[in-house]
Every structure is written in structure tokens, then in C-alpha cells.
Design a protein around this ligand. Structure first.
Ligand code: F0G
Length: 455
């Protein structure tokens, strides 16, 4: 028997429909950057799953109970209890969102000149590591860089690459290892429990701190339950706890797997790191009991942390992403395989083989998709990768367009419309032209760059 959403809809938000001419005009105004489009003209907004979740009635009612005291708010205790219960860490420091936590942990753990290995880069994470004086080193398995290769845990750390780095630079030159669960830039690909155990062992052997970018940890747990021998009968909530038991601490963007519109935190076991984080959080975010958030935000996050590890919610969530992905696969559209946790990623290199990577194929495809149907997606390729310290463009192996599915927001019918739109574009792909930069900011250029079509 088929299953449906484990919730029903109590409030709706009307969507606007637009004409192709209106969308083309909006694209010119936005410099062909989907980040610069007004959301009011986007019919189905798949720019990101970040901060775009629909909250539950329980979260909304918890918000009414927010304690807005400047210090010692009850709402902080609720968040702390929820983190202890769902992730198993004793200490929590809230931040305004994930990158706030990344900023603090990078400052705390990095001495300039050190290295931070990670299972593929993430834009803001690497930017903060570099800002603190570290060099990021990619230690994800090779399979992660190939969109067509099927692997159940494509986000795994390559233990040999990590060992090699330790051998080359020495353990004392490694600030910490940062393991993301799941790996966003690889296509929302999970890490296995076995791999976490192996990384932990190596870290213990060399005295290296093991940190997690836990942004999408609940989705990672679902894949472990589904794919890893021995976990079929373990709840996702228990799998999350076991995953986190391997780490010394985490950074969290609550905007994803805590089902809130804003919020994040650091969690850890070490009192020494806690003390340093509390010293810094007052400088950059706010008092250690609110970290740049309102009391009501902490309440909503406390409830969301528990809702997000529910087995039925997760099965439906990942099921919807697959509902979109499998329609594209059936039509022959090249996407990252297997379909990951939070998004379907179009392989823009294979979609537009007539474009060189310097002609920004993923950026061009995202712009064209919007013009075609009002579906907003995000470039995750050469533009997102930015420049090397010597000024040359980084050339990532993956040149992708991310169709990111917000949590509990759209129906499967919306996904059908997205699939139809991408498939129509696939049939007209030869006509799609490349783009070039007309404005480029010095950091995180994908957010605000402007482009124009190449004739
Ligand atoms: N880590 C990962 C893996 C992320 O995907 C993000 C955000 C962050 C850290 C930073 O968190 O946005 O709360 O400051 N990803 C969003 C996205 C922006 O669209 O993928 P943040």
C-alpha cells in the first residue's frame, strides 16, 4: 500500500503564476543569478531547504511560550534539554544560524597554518576555516566526485586520504576533522556508521578532534537505517544518537534538520571548548543563553529537533525527494546518483555538453529553468567553488544545479510540475547558451554575482 504525508495542512500560502516574458525580465534584472530574484515571482522555490521548512502547530505554539529574558531564559533550558536528548551532547551554545557556529568553532580550534580535513567542502564552512588561517583538505572518497557512480555512502571519508594527510603534515598540524552528515555539495550523500567508527579510531590514535557538521544528520540517519547492515530495526532517533556518540562536538544549522526558519548552535562534550565558545558568543552573537536568537526561536528549535528524527517524517521526506529524482532518471535526464537526502542535483556537464565549464553551465541551466517554468534552483558548480588563493577559478569536478526540496512545504504534485519542466528543458537543451560574469564580489561570489548571456 502507498503511504502519504504523516501530517495534514492547516494553513496555506498562495503562489503567484507569471508569464515567460515577466520571468525573462526578472532574470535580466537579477543578472541571471537566481539568488537575486524576488521570491514573489518564483512559482516553486527550490533554491534551498534552508530556513524554508513549514513549522508544525506544536512549534508555533511553543513560540508563544518563548522566554524573552536577556539572560537565563527558560527557553535556553528547553533547547539544551532537547539537544541532550536527541543528539547526546551535554553542552550547547546557540548561534543565529549555522555559519555563526562555524565562525566560533573555527576561531576556537584553528591556529593559523593548520589544516582542516573534511568530506568535501561547504561554502560557508570552508570560508570560516580559511578566515581563521587554516587550509581545507578534501578527504571524501573519490566516488563522491562522480555524479554517475552509485555508492550507498557516497559521503564517506576516505581513510587512506586522511592517513596520508596525517603522515604528510603531522597530527599536530591538523586543527580537527570536520565530517558532514550528509554531504551537501556531493548531492546530499550520507556517511555510514562504519565509516564514522573508522574515523573515530584514527582520530583517537592521533589525538585529533572529530567535529561534525550535523546540519542534515537526521536525513543521514534515514540512509543508515535503510542501507547499512544491522540498522533496519533501529529507529532514526537512536541512529542519530549513535552517530553523534562518535563526535567531540558539532555545528548545526537549525534551518535544515531542526525544522526552523532561523537558528543554529554548537554542541560539545569539552568544558574547555564550552568556555571559549561562551567567551566568543557574547562578542559575535549575544549572551550564551540566546546566541543571537529570540527566546521563541529557541523554543521552536527544541520542538523541531525532536520532530525531525521521527521515522515516518523522514521516510516521507526522503520519499518526496526520490519522487522527483526517479521521474528525471526515467526520462534520461542526468542527475547525481543515487538521489540524496535534501535535493535532486542535475548534472549540468552532461546536460549541456556543448558548454565549457568556464561558460558556467550550471548557472546557465538554473537561469533557463526559471525562465521556462518559474522553478527556482541553485548553481552548485564553478561559480559556488570560487577562486584559488592565486586568483584562478577553482574547477570542481561536480557542475550541478540543485533542486532543493523544502521540508513539509510542497506536495508531490509540485514535484511532478518540476519534473515536467526539467524534462521539457532536457529536450531543448542544445539551444541553451552559456553565461559570463559582469560583477563578482571577493568572497562567496555565488550569492551576489551578476552575469550576462554569451552570444
Ligand atoms: N553546513 C552545511 C552542510 C550547509 O548546507 C549550510 C547551509 C551550512 C553549513 C551553513 O548554515 O546557512 O545556517 O549559516 N546551507 C544552505 C544551503 C545555505 O542552501 O545549502 P547556515
Amino acid at each position: 500500500m502507498r503511504t502519504a504525508e504523516p501530517y495534514r495542512i492547516k494553513m496555506v500560502e498562495p503562489l503567484t503564476m507569471s508569464t515567460r516574458a515577466e520571468r525573462e525580465q526578472a532574470l535580466v534584472k537579477a543578472g541571471y543569478n537566481t539568488f537575486l530574484l524576488p521570491s514573489s515571482i518564483c512559482y516553486i522555490d527550490l533554491l534551498t531547504d534552508s530556513g524554508t521548512s513549514a513549522m508544525s502547530d506544536r512549534q508555533w505554539s511553543a513560540m508563544m511560550m518563548g522566554d524573552e529574558a536577556y539572560a537565563g531564559a527558560r527557553s535556553f533550558d528547553h533547547l539544551e534539554q532537547a539537544v541532550q536528548e536527541t543528539y547526546g551532547f551535554p553542552y550547547v551554545v546557540p548561534t543565529h544560524q549555522g555559519r555563526g557556529a562555524e565562525h566560533l568553532i573555527s576561531r576556537i580550534l584553528i591556529t593559523p597554518g593548520q589544516y582542516v580535513p573534511g568530506n568535501m567542502y561547504f561554502t560557508t564552512t570552508r570560508a570560516h576555516q580559511e578566515l581563521a588561517g587554516a587550509t581545507f583538505v578534501d578527504v571524501v572518497i573519490d566516488e563522491a566526485h562522480d555524479p554517475a557512480v552509485e555508492h550507498p555512502f557516497k559521503g564517506n571519508v576516505d581513510i587512506n586520504k586522511l592517513e596520508k594527510l596525517i603522515g604528510e603534515v603531522g597530527a599536530d598540524k591538523i586543527a580537527y576533522i570536520n565530517v558532514a552528515v550528509t554531504v551537501n555539495m556531493a548531492g546530499g550523500q550520507p556517511v555510514s556508521m562504519e565509516n564514522l567508527r573508522q574515523v573515530r579510531e584514527l582520530c583517537d590514535e592521533h589525538g585529533i578532534i572529530m567535529w561534525s557538521d550535523a546540519t542534515r544528520l537526521a536525513e543521514n540517519a534515514f540512509f543508515i537505517q535503510e542501507r547499512e547492515p544491522g540498522y533496519a530495526d533501529t529507529s532514526c532517533a537512536d541512529i542519530v544518537l549513535e552517530m553523534m556518540s562518535h563526535f567531540d562536538g558539532l555545528t548545526m544549522s537549525g534551518k535544515k534538520d531542526a525544522l526552523v526558519n532561523i537558528g543554529g548552535f554548537l554542541a560539545m562534550r569539552s568544558e574547555e571548548i564550552l568556555t571559549k565558545a561562551r567567551e566568543l558568543v557574547v562578542l559575535f552573537e549575544g549572551m550564551p543563553t540566546y546566541g543571537g536568537l529570540a527566546g521563541r526561536d529557541l523554543e521552536a528549535m527544541a520542538v523541531g529537533l525532536r520532530e525531525a528524527v521521527d521515522d515516518h517524517y523522514l521516510a516521507n521526506r526522503i520519499g518526496q525527494v526520490r519522487h522527483l529524482g526517479h521521474q528525471l532518471v526515467d526520462a534520461g535526464v542526468p542527475i547525481v546518483q543515487p538521489v540524496g537526502g535534501h535535493a535532486v542535483f542535475l548534472d549540468a556537464r552532461a546536460f549541456l555538453p556543448h558548454l565549457d565549464q568556464e561558460e558556467l553551465p550550471a548557472q546557465a541551466l538554473a537561469a533557463e529553468l526559471f525562465a521556462h517554468s518559474g522553478v527556482r534552483a541553485m548553481e552548485r558548480g564553478i561559480v559556488s567553488a570560487g577562486r584559488n588563493p592565486d586568483g584562478t577559478n577553482r574547477h570542481p569536478a561536480l557542475e550541478l544545479v540543485r533542486l532543493t526540496i523544502p521540508r513539509r512545504v510542497y506536495t508531490d504534485r509540485h514535484m511532478d510540475v518540476v519534473a515536467d519542466s526539467v524534462i521539457e528543458l532536457w529536450e531543448e537543451r542544445d539551444a541553451i547558451r552559456g553565461l559570463r560574469f559582469v560583477y563578482e564580489p571577493p568572497t562567496l561570489r555565488f550569492f551576489t554575482s551578476r552575469f550576462e548571456p554569451i552570444d
